[in-house]
Design a protein around this ligand. Structure first.
Ligand SMILES: [Fe+2]
Ligand SMILES: [Fe+2]
Length: 329
């Protein structure tokens, strides 16, 4: 366990805490990484556990909407790509749970919070995947938005999180490209294929725009996480970057984005967009989206079905340690 108490000598804990705080602040100011063994404020630790575990949950729950299409992929090639992508997402989840565990919170505790419905995960995964085009749109837009969000996290002040994000971002880039390529193939196919792409984009566009979270003025955690070097770029700025990058790609696909107010603003050098329905966002975040219950139930069922694996692994570990230390057995 990495706790503050362990790093402090008993006689001079007050003085050492002050020194430790100063060392922490200096580390952040110098843009050096904070590592698990370093002293850190409790609030910094709690914020990281919350953010990294939410991120891990999002990766794991994010496997479900696409998993829905594995058996119905239109070709062997598309199926192999989809399987590889979904496995990547599972790997991202495991990576991130490991990064969060370095902060002293056991993985089982984080997972229990997800299963109990206490932990949050990205609202986007509570929407259904109705057609094959949805799989392409998830790659293009959902992974595209995730990259925008996650590239700055490669420079996050907490070392294990920053290092995990470097690898994850490389894989997310493959996810985005395969989605776009799949949609490009469909959009150049028959009229009904193009219509299917347009329909999927119409349904996913606004939920994806919401993925960046509430406007900076209303984001309760933003200011402090920016100060700590966890977050580097504001929600609104990231959303703007994403929209600016996506509009020309939509033009290439020959589809429209479902926002009548979307237009280039030469003065700002950015695209303006219409108002976001934050009521919908909060409704989905607070558990009442189209698939919230279904997603949680799928996770609970998987957890129950995996009980024998956890038991077998624990029994195996016990046996190995008994063999290694026979006297203690
Ligand atoms: Fe991922
Ligand atoms: Fe991804």
């Amino acid at each position: 366990m990495y706790t503050q108490a362990m790093d402090l000598s008993r006689e001079s804990s007050a003085k050492t805490a002050t020194d430790a705080e100063r060392a922490f602040e200096a580390r952040i100011a110098a843009d050096r990484k904070v590592e698990p063994q370093d002293w850190m404020p409790d609030a910094y630790r709690r914020t990281l556990v919350r953010q990294i575990s939410q991120h891990a949950h999002s990766e794991i729950v994010g496997m479900l909407p696409e998993g829905n299409w594995v058996t119905r992929a239109p070709s062997l090639k598309r199926k192999a790509i989809l399987l590889a992508k979904i496995q990547d997402e599972g790997g991202h989840g495991l990576y991130l749970y490991s990064a969060a565990e370095t902060l002293g919170t056991p993985r089982s505790q984080m997972q229990q919070a997800l299963l109990d419905g206490r932990a949050k995960y990205s609202s986007i995964f509570n929407y259904p995947t109705l057609t094959w085009a949805d799989v392409g749109v998830i790659g293009w837009l959902v992974d595209g938005a995730a990259i925008m969000n996650q590239i700055p996290l490669c420079r996050c002040s907490y070392g294990p999180y920053a290092r995990a994000m470097i690898r994850i971002c490389k894989e997310e880039s493959f996810h985005q490209r395969q989605g776009f390529e799949s949609l490009l193939t469909m959009s150049r196919g028959t009229d009904s294929q193009l219509a299917m792409v347009q329909d999927a984009v119409n349904r996913w566009w606004w939920p994806v725009v919401m993925m960046f979270g509430p406007s900076d003025a209303e984001s309760i955690h933003s200011a402090q996480t920016m100060k700590w070097g966890i977050k580097r770029i504001s929600n609104d700025e990231l959303r703007q970057k994403f929209i600016d990058a996506t509009v020309p790609q939509a033009e290439l696909l020959g589809i429209t984005l479902p926002d009548p107010d979307l237009r280039w603003n030469a003065e700002r050098g950015h695209y303006d967009h219409g108002p976001i329905n934050w009521d919908e966002f909060w409704q989905v975040v607070n558990g009442d989206g189209p698939c919230n219950r279904e997603r949680l139930q799928a996770r609970r069922d998987a957890h129950e079905r995996g009980a024998w694996v956890r038991e077998a692994a624990a029994a195996h570990a016990r046996k190995r340690s008994e063999r290694a230390h026979p006297a203690a057995a």
